[in-house]
Every structure is written in structure tokens, then in C-alpha cells.
Design a binder for this molecule. Structure first.
Ligand code: MSP
Length: 642
């Protein structure tokens, strides 16, 4: 029986961080676990969500076309997932023509069934979240991310979401497992019970998107586009519907309300389950690029390995709830659970087999109480993993490790080894076999979470069949072949000290700089060529990036009468620092909240020690004071002047 699961497809305007890597780790775990359960094929899709205003703006700021930009960024995701050992089958890019075709096809099915109509929308829009925001006046902060919303008025195609209130409530009722965990399901029920507004699913103001199959220029709203990628990825593989969409709680509504409604409208089968996990917090907040508190996985992997990071995140945080990442906690858990726990059990068991039995697994049925503990451990871990409660499953496995440790200490093989009586030697065989068989079972169970380390111990145990091919049927006690020669022994989790943290932090700074160069900066605009008569071409003019900005803070620069030091929001992740010589005409308090025109792609320049990233456009009157350029009508922050 097949099992098809997906991660969210990631926005490409930021590189993966621990928050975004979390869904992917969990999906990789579930894929391996489902294979061990016997599903075949088990197929995992991940990918990149490439159409959005944010991406369009980031590409423009980088001086490249959006496709060139997203191609580079998708490649960065692919290389990061390889570094983290993610075993996915499909990487779908929303810029892929096969996806475009699928989106248009689905739109046409919804249209044919009467669920699409043309209407007009005016209201607040959050560029950052790519979503219209209800209940706020344009310009007010977005309730989700806190950034200012913008006014949008558009003729759009609408999807009749309102028609799906009843069918959705029926779906949640009839299929209680559709949204997990249960408290998230209750949230969705409450949301849908309040009534559903129709959803605008096209935009006219964007170029970078999938053109809708309609007469005028419309591109699809990023969520209508993105969700369909789960189907496009497996278009010809007969895998739809998905068995599981794994997502973060912030995008549950899109998956548990909009997505099934789109599919119902198109008369297509619905996914079986949507599981929303919680957030990784760092320094008390959701880890996110806009908050500037991200930790990148690469440096951690370089120091402690991908497996230790995966183990930490899945053991430390109850899947479905929020949890905190810190380097300290990572190292503590690594030493306690991996170096002293599993790693120590492996090396001590293998060393004793080497020492007392010349590296050959002894012939013994093993101790009955340990066999029973192993059976019970498998049963409990299976329940926990089937429920996606990985931390409970791992806790169960580690209790078993403690039980084996205790058993070894009680049996004291070092004493039995010195006693040549048949009784003592039988007891020694039983002890060694039990420890080794427990280790084999632990390898199999930890493989979905820590594939490389589990494989490593598996090979040290001398196992011949590849760990990738085992199923839970192979876990019955006694399947470890007596007479098997163990492999060469090497520590799997060497102990770490505080210097590991220093190393990770150091590498993090380097990785941050590498990614900033990759994602942020493009080629600096070349000097405009002129025709000799001072005229430039339109192509030269468009190299100057003029944007609408809004002043968020302003203060005088000490010792410089003319200079104002401002933070100006031009719709980017962070407001820009701009220093301008306008203080004589414009006191700081007059600038607050004012909309101005910014040259956004100037190279940075230092003024009185402050790095200014852009310039305010003003009329410069002969001998007079500057007069700022402005607008008579309201304009959204970040809009480009052309
Ligand atoms: N592109 C959309 C998803 C479209 S799916 C059809 C998107 N992308 S995202 O890159 O912003 O986020 C991708 C996933 O990462 C989401 O599931 C989100 O919840 C998750 N996370 C981002 N930051 C996170 C944490 N700090 N912690 C845990 N998960 C978080 O949304």
C-alpha cells in the first residue's frame, strides 16, 4: 500500500533555518518509519514556493530576474537538504511548467463547477504573509507578523469558499483524524463555524506568478498556486490523494480549510490528514528571518552531525507543541542521551563481545525479562510513533536503554568472564546476547530519527542486511544471528564540551554572511550609459530602484546640524537605515510616519560613522532648503516608482 506525504514548500527568500528544517526532519522520519511499517512505495515531496511579491521584490533588489533568483535559491534548499540527509523523492518548484499546467487545470475545473466568479476587492494586504488581512484598516499592523499592511484595490477572481462551510464541517465531523492534533482540529471547526468569506484567488498587480487562463492579466494568488504543488509533484504517479501533509501551525488554515475546499470544488479526492506541528522558539520568540533570531542547521551539522540535531529537536519538543532551541540544551542532551546513553551502550556491548567472545555473537536465547521489555518497548514506541508523538517514543526507547544498562551492571559480565564454570559462562552468553539483541532492536527503532548513526552501530554489530530494508516484522526478539562476527568498533557519539558551542557559534556567523551574500546582494547596478547628449535609455532608468518608504524612526545626528538618522520601511524584512541632509527643513518629529521616495539600490555610504543604505528623493532648490518628494494619494509602502 502506498503512503504519500509532503512537507510545506518553502518560500525561497530565506535559506532554511531550524524552524523550516523541522518539518523536513519530521517528514523524513515519518517516511522511514512508514517504510518500516511495510508501506510501499513511500513517497515524500518537498519543494520551493517561488511566486510572491516578496520574491519579486527580493529579486529586483538583487538585480536579477525572478526566475534566475528562485533557481539559485531552490538550489540552496536542495544542497541544504542533502547536507541534512533528507531522503525526499520529489522537489517541486512552483515555477515548473508542469505545475503551471496543473494549477490552470484545477482552476478550470472549479470554474466549470460554478465556484469561481469575478469581483472587486479593496482592503488591507500584508505583503509579508501574502494574505489579505480582515479587521484592520490598511496601514495598520498585520495581526500575524506586526508589519504595516498596505491598501489594495483589485479586480480579482474569487473562489466561493462560503459554499463550503457545511461540507467542511461534515468533513471534520466524519473524519476526526483529518486535522491533527485534536486541539488544532477544534480551532478549525471554530473558525469555519463563524462563516467563511469568499476568497480572492488572483492578483493583477503582480507579474511574477502563474497567469490565470482568463482574458485579462491575472496571476494566481500564491496560496492557490502553492497548495496545488502537492498534486503537481506526483502528477503521473497515481499517488493522489496525499496521506499526510505535514505543516507548521501558522499555515493550518490554508491546508485544513482552503485546500480541501478547492479540491471539493474541483471534485478531486481530499488528503487523508493534515498534521500541524508547533514552532521552534529561540530567544523567547518564534525563530524567523524577520525577527532576526534564526539559527542555521549547517553549522550545527558540521560540529555535532545531522543525527544529533534531529534527535534533539524530536526528543526535546513534543511534536505538535512549541519548544525552545538553545546550543546549551543541545549539548547537554547530546552528552546525556547520545554519548552516555546509546553510544555508551553500543561501545560497551561490542567491546565485551570482542573481549569475552572474540567478536562472535554468542548462542543464547537471551534473558526472558529483557526479551519481554523489548517487546513492550516496541509496542509502546509503535503507538507513540503512529501518533506522531516522537518525543514519547524516544523516551520509551531511552528507558529501555537504562534498563539494559542496569541489567548489565547487575549481571556484572566482568566477574562472569573470570568464572570458568559452565553456569557462569552460560550466564555470560545470555547477558551478551541480550545486550546485543537489544542494541539491534534499538538501532532499528532509532534509524528513522538518526539514520546515519543507527546504520553505523548496525554495521558494527555485524548485521548483513541493510538497515534501510528492515521492517518491524524483523524486530522480534531472537532475530540477531548467533555466530555472527561483529565489525570494527568505533565511538559513534564522542563526548562534547563547551568548545563545541563556540565552534557552532563561530560557524554560524560565517554561514550567515555566506547566505546574506547569496540571498541579499545582487550585482551592483552599473553606471548608466549615456548617448553623449546626456540622455539615457529606459533600460538605464529602470536600473534605478525607486521605492515608496515610510519613516519609522528619526533622530538628529550628533554634531551634524543638517543630518537626520532614520529607519525607513520600504517593505523589506527590516527597515533601512538612511542618513539624509534634511534636518534643517524637517525636524525628526515631522518625519515620523511620513511617506517618502527612496533610491533603494544605491551602494551603502558612511555618514558620520553611520552606514546609510539608500537616499531620500527631494527637490534641491538653488540656495534653498530641500523639499521632499511625496504623493497626493495614498500609496503602499514598498511600491516601485517606474
Ligand atoms: N510557502 C509557504 C508554505 C506553502 S505550502 C503549500 C510557507 N513557507 S515558509 O517557508 O514560510 O514556511 C514553511 C514552513 O516552515 C511552515 O510550515 C512553517 O510553519 C515552518 N516554520 C517556519 N518557521 C518555523 C519555526 N520557527 N518553527 C517551526 N516551524 C516553522 O509558509
Amino acid at each position: 500500500m502506498k503512503y504519500y506525504l509532503t512537507t510545506p514548500i518553502y518560500y525561497v527568500n530565506a535559506a532554511p533555518h531550524l524552524g523550516t528544517a523541522y518539518s523536513t526532519f519530521a517528514a523524513d522520519l515519518i517516511k522511514r518509519f512508514k517504510k518500516m511499517e511495510g508501506y510501499d512505495p513511500v513517497v515524500l515531496t518537498t519543494g520551493s514556493d517561488e511566486h510572491s511579491l516578496k520574491v519579486e521584490r527580493a529579486a529586483t533588489a538583487a538585480g536579477v530576474n525572478p526566475l534566475a533568483y528562485t533557481t539559485k535559491m531552490a538550489a540552496e534548499f536542495i544542497s541544504q537538504w542533502a547536507k541534512l540527509g533528507i531522503d525526499y523523492d520529489h522537489f517541486i518548484r512552483t515555477s515548473d511548467p508542469k505545475h503551471h499546467e496543473m494549477v490552470r487545470w484545477l482552476f478550470e475545473r472549479c470554474t466549470k463547477n460554478g465556484y469561481i466568479y469575478k469581483g472587486s476587492y479593496t482592503g488591507a494586504y500584508c505583503v509579508s504573509d501574502e494574505a489579505y488581512v480582515n479587521d484592520v484598516t490598511p496601514g495598520e499592523p498585520c495581526p500575524q507578523c506586526g508589519r504595516p499592511t498596505e491598501t489594495v484595490t483589485e479586480e480579482n477572481y474569487f473562489f466561493k469558499l462560503s459554499a463550503f462551510q457545511k461540507p467542511l464541517l461534515e468533513l471534520y465531523e466524519k473524519n476526526p483524524g483529518f486535522v491533527k492534533p485534536d486541539h488544532r482540529r477544534n480551532e478549525m471547526i471554530a473558525f469555519v463555524q463563524q462563516g467563511l468569506n469568499d476568497l480572492s484567488i488572483t492578483r493583477t498587480s503582480l507579474q511574477w506568478g502563474i497567469p490565470a487562463p482568463v482574458a485579462d492579466h491575472h496571476v494566481f494568488y500564491v496560496w492557490f498556486d502553492a497548495l496545488i504543488s502537492y498534486m503537481s509533484a506526483v502528477k503521473d504517479d497515481n499517488l493522489w490523494p496525499a496521506d499526510l501533509h505535514l505543516i507548521g501551525k501558522d499555515i493550518l488554515r490554508f491546508h485544513a480549510v482552503y485546500w480541501p475546499a478547492f479540491l471539493m470544488a474541483a471534485e478531486l479526492p481530499l488528503p487523508k490528514q493534515v498534521f500541524a506541528h508547533g514552532w521552534i522558539l529561540h530567544e523567547d520568540n518564534k525563530m524567523s528571518k524577520s525577527r532576526g533570531n534564526v539559527v542555521r542547521p549547517g553549522p550545527i551539522v558540521d560540529v555535532v552531525g545531522a543525527d544529533a540535531l534531529r534527535y534533539f529537536l524530536l526528543r526535546e519538543i513534543t511534536f505538535g507543541q512549541d519548544g525552545t532551541f538553545s546550543y546549551d540544551a543541545l549539548i547537554q542532551r547530546y552528552n546525556a542521551d547520545l554519548a552516555n546513553g546509546l553510544g555508551n551502550l553500543a561501545s560497551r556491548t561490542l567491546t565485551m563481545i570482542h573481549q569475552y567472545r572474540a567478536g562472535i555473537i554468542p548462542d543464547s536465547p537471551g534473558a526472558a525479562d529483557i526479551a519481554e521489555a523489548a517487546r513492550r518497548t516496541t509496542e509502546l514506541t509503535m503507538d507513540a510513533f503512529c501518533d506522531f508523538n516522537f518525543s514519547r517514543g524516544l523516551e520509551t526507547l531511552w528507558s529501555f536503554i537504562s534498563a539494559i544498562d542496569k541489567f548489565i551492571v547487575e549481571r556484572a559480565p566482568w566477574k562472569l568472564g573470570k568464572d570458568t564454570s559452565p553456569q557462569a559462562q552460560n550466564m555470560l552468553d545470555e547477558t551478551l546476547y541480550s545486550a546485543a539483541e537489544a542494541l539491534r532492536i534499538l538501532c532499528a527503532w532509532t534509524y528513522p530519527v538518526m539514520p546515519n548513526s543507527a546504520r553505523n552501530i548496525w554495521i558494527q554489530l555485524g548485521m548483513r542486511i541493510p538497515i534501510e530494508s528492515i521492517t518491524f516484522a524483523d524486530l522480534h526478539w531472537g532475530r540477531l544471528p548467533a555466530g555472527q562476527k561483529i565489525g570494527s568498533i568505533a565511538a559513534v557519539f564522542p563526548r562534547l564540551d563547551a568548545s563545541a558551542i563556540v565552534k557552532m557559534e563561530h560557524l554560524e556567523v560565517q554561514e550567515k554572511a555566506r547566505q546574506a551574500a547569496l540571498f541579499g546582494s545582487g550585482k551592483p547596478a552599473a553606471a548608466p550609459a549615456s548617448d553623449g547628449a546626456g540622455k539615457i535609455t529606459i533600460d538605464d532608468f529602470v536600473k534605478v530602484e525607486l521605492r515608496v518608504g515610510q519613516v519609522v524612526s528619526a533622530e538628529r545626528v550628533k554634531g551634524a546640524d543638517k543630518l537626520l538618522h532614520m529607519k525607513i520601511d520600504i517593505g523589506e524584512e527590516q527597515p533601512r537605515t538612511i542618513v539624509a541632509g534634511i534636518a534643517e527643513s524637517y525636524p525628526p518629529e515631522e518625519m515620523l510616519g511620513r511617506k517618502v521616495v527612496i533610491v533603494a539600490n544605491l551602494l551603502p555610504r558612511k555618514l558620520r560613522g553611520i552606514e546609510s543604505n539608500g537616499m531620500i528623493v527631494a527637490a534641491s532648490l538653488e540656495g534653498g532648503k530641500p523639499v521632499l518628494a511625496g504623493f497626493l494619494e495614498d500609496v503602499p509602502v514598498g511600491a516601485r516608482l517606474k
